[in-house]
Design a protein around this ligand. Structure first.
Ligand code: PLP
Length: 427
């Protein structure tokens, strides 16, 4: 099974066969804070990373470990780290290699929470974030200087839903020693960013990976494909002695384990110090989602294509924002990076503006009116009066939100029921 490369199989089998103590086939929930050491030598070996194993649930445990192995395998990465939310994953992914005085360059097309983290909290911490339009990949090169530690972007960012030029930007960064961190939350399984040159992948597992709207969670995956050692000046925190861990030089310390300096450092320093651990119960629930995510994504994407077709012909709809309906470079990128699918997020602009948007939402019967995306259920929201309501009208337009814009996250219900609900709400 370990030889499989298929996400359908890996989601069910990677990282676990059966519980060695009981034979349990479902991954047990190890609801404990601490793990007893066999003796003092064992304890010392664990703390000095001579041996890897559970110590204390804030820095890892067997339930999260299975989830980490499973997602790392599905992604084609070397190792992963589960954290308490997608926000924690984005924050750690950057903080692991950028400190006060450094900068990163990011795409402007970002989830609002990530935008806030970058524009405000990171700024307060002294990490400068430079925002560039991803329509021109060379904008990343122009914004780069000696203190640039990472590039950051989302594969399929809403509301604009322009697929990010992963390879184009990864290729700019790699020779300079700058890793591309991709938030692949909206496109698990259908996009594998490491195959296009990304070095780190982050997820809000809250969305499609968990899939059932039960658990907030995040994941950072180390591609194991980035030569940190070749860029000692660019990446000092992985190449210089770390005073917070007996002067360990991470690229050297992990050599017996594998190409996992980045992710081991995130666990042993950031997770240890900032404590955003995923609980064993949330890891268990997220595993249930991961077991079927490949199958669900197929149905999500299949339904979304049908909904886009229906909406694009509807007289009350001015326009539909969906990668499959785009033209030119945007469509070419969608085709290149989403493996023939287009995800299941969609925007539609209603002819009647904000009033029509609100009326549509209020009439929905099956769709849930929530701020979330990526649930198995179909979801909808009117951004101008909710998620983007703190922005001025001009700022809303700049982020791709017009007054009549409605965001849809198409679920896996029967397509006839999805269309029926949309149809009655549009009438
Ligand atoms: N990244 C993306 C693309 C998201 O949509 C979200 C949440 O909506 C996040 C990150 C943050 O994830 P969480 O809500 O799990 O903290």
């Amino acid at each position: 099974m370990s030889t499989s490369k298929n996400p359908e199989t890996l989601g069910l089998h990677a990282g676990y066969r059966a519980d060695p103590a009981t034979g349990a086939v479902a991954v047990p929930i190890h609801q404990t804070t601490s793990y007893q050491f066999r003796d003092t030598a064992h304890a010392a070996a664990l703390f000095s990373l001579q041996e890897l194993g559970p110590i204390y649930t804030r820095i890892g445990g067997p339930t999260a470990d299975v989830l980490e192995q499973r997602i790392a395998a599905m992604e084609g990465g070397a190792a992963a780290l589960a954290v308490s939310s997608g926000q924690a994953a984005s924050a750690f992914a950057v903080q692991n290699i950028a400190h006060a005085g450094d900068n990163i360059v990011t795409s402007t097309d970002l989830y609002g929470g990530t935008w806030n983290l970058f524009a405000n909290t990171f700024k307060d911490m002294g990490i400068e974030v430079r925002f560039v339009d991803p329509a021109d990949p060379q904008a990343f090169a122009r914004a780069t200087d000696d203190k640039t530690r990472a590039y950051y972007a989302e594969t399929l960012p809403n509301p604009k839903l322009r697929v990010f030029p992963i390879k184009e930007v990864a290729d700019i960064g790699r020779p300079l020693g700058i890793p591309l961190i991709m938030d692949n939350t909206a496109a698990p399984v259908i996009c594998r960013p490491f195959e296009h040159g990304a070095a780190v992948v982050v997820y809000s597992t809250t969305k499609y990976l968990g899939g059932h709207g039960t658990s907030i969670g995040g994941m950072i995956v180390d591609g194991g494909n980035f030569d940190w050692e070749a860029h000692k000046a660019r990446q000092p925190y992985l190449n210089q002695p770390d005073p917070s861990y007996h002067g360990a030089v991470w690229t050297e310390a992990v050599k017996p384990i594998g190409p996992v300096a980045y992710i081991i450092k995130a666990r042993t320093t950031l997770l240890r110090d900032l404590g955003s651990a995923m609980s064993p119960f949330n890891a268990f629930l997220t595993i249930q989602g991961v077991e079927t995510v490949a199958l669900r994504m197929e149905r999500h994407c299949e339904n979304a294509v049908k909904v886009a077709d229906f909406l694009s012909k509807h007289p009350a709809v001015e326009s539909v924002i969906f990668p499959g309906l785009m033209t030119g470079e945007a469509k070419a990128r969608a085709d290149r990076y989403l493996g023939g699918k287009y995800g299941a997020l969609m925007g539609m602009v209603l002819k009647g503006g904000a009033d029509a948007g609100k009326a549509f939402i209020d009439k929905l019967q099956m769709f849930y009116h929530v701020a979330n995306i990526g649930d198995a259920r179909s979801l909808a929201i009117h951004p101008a009066t909710t998620t983007h309501s703190q922005l001025s009208a001009e700022e809303q337009e700049a982020t791709g939100v017009s007054p009549g814009y409605v965001r849809l996250s198409i679920g896996i219900e029967h397509i006839d029921d999805i269309i029926a609900d949309l149809s009655q709400a549009l009438s």
